[in-house]
Design a protein around this ligand. Structure first.
Ligand code: 13P
Length: 255
């Protein structure tokens, strides 16, 4: 198996003001300095603070990610930020298809796939999010839902998908304090890897990182990371504090 460097992403969602974004970087970088060579750390602020974060993380190995991107390079798309603009700012990563985009803002698979296409055309690393709702899990539809969400990946070659990251975030675990058990996460992660293996290639599946997200905290990061197919964590609420996110990274690496 090719090695998959553990990846930890802070999704700050619509939180923090400029001063908080600046204040995060130094303590978080210090707290995780000794593990920086054996992990990748990514911070995803709202788009208005991306530039400031690119500047604040200069000279560190911390990457910066956007939380979404537009489908076109430019044009009459009020409120959208294009992948070309992100690249222009020095942002290398983008979260796509997050549950809140899908469910609050009604982004369907077609739209998420169009965003994916735009992101990879600009060479951004996509963090492609999938996950089922509670009623779908209860109705034994988890794998069907996830498979439908993954289908858009088939449109691209592995050379283009390159460093694709998939994030499994069960909707019922996001912001609820109730994380998926490590066994539940492993089951879906293994399904995702098998799907990639079958539909793209087994070498690509072996090197693609699959992250878990949903109520990750310092207390559960090592158990989740101990699972064979959990290659990293996508963290919301507990990533807002630099020391808490730092603990998640360090404990996750000690799994
Ligand atoms: P919480 O960690 O707050 O549950 O959020 C998870 C998430 O949506 C990360 O993208």
């Amino acid at each position: 198996m090719e090695s998959r460097i553990p990846l930890f992403i802070a999704n700050w969602k619509m939180n923090k003001l400029a001063k908080d974004v600046q204040a995060f970087v130094i303590p978080f970088n210090e707290a995780t300095q000794d593990v920086s060579a054996k992990s990748e750390r990514v911070l995803a602020p709202t788009s208005v603070y991306l530039s400031a974060l690119v500047v604040a993380t200069k000279g560190t190995s911390i990457h910066v990610s956007a939380q979404n991107c537009g489908t076109a390079k430019s044009g009459a798309f009020t409120g959208e930020v294009s992948a070309a603009m992100l690249k222009d700012l020095g942002v290398g990563w983008v979260i796509l298809g997050h549950s809140e985009r899908r469910h609050i803002f009604k982004e369907d698979n077609n739209l998420v796939n169009a965003r994916l296409k735009a992101a990879i055309e600009e060479g951004l690393t996509p963090v492609f999010c999938v996950g089922e709702k509670l009623e779908e899990r209860k109705a034994n539809q988890t794998f069907i839902v996830i498979e439908n969400q993954l289908l858009g990946l088939k449109a691209h070659s592995e050379a283009v998908l390159k460093d694709l990251v998939v994030a499994y975030e069960p909707v019922w675990a996001i912001g609820t304090g109730e994380n998926a058990t490590p066994t539940q996460a492993q089951e879906v992660h293994a399904f995702i890897r098998q799907w990639i293996s079958k539909n793209i290639s087994s070498t690509f599946a072996n090197r693609t990182r699959i992250l878990y997200g949903g109520s990750v905290k310092p207390e559960n990061s090592s158990q989740l990371m101990a699972m064979e197919d959990v290659d990293g964590l996508l963290v919301g609420g507990a990533s807002l504090d630099p020391l808490s996110f730092g603990e998640i990274v360090k404990k996750g690496l000690n799994s």
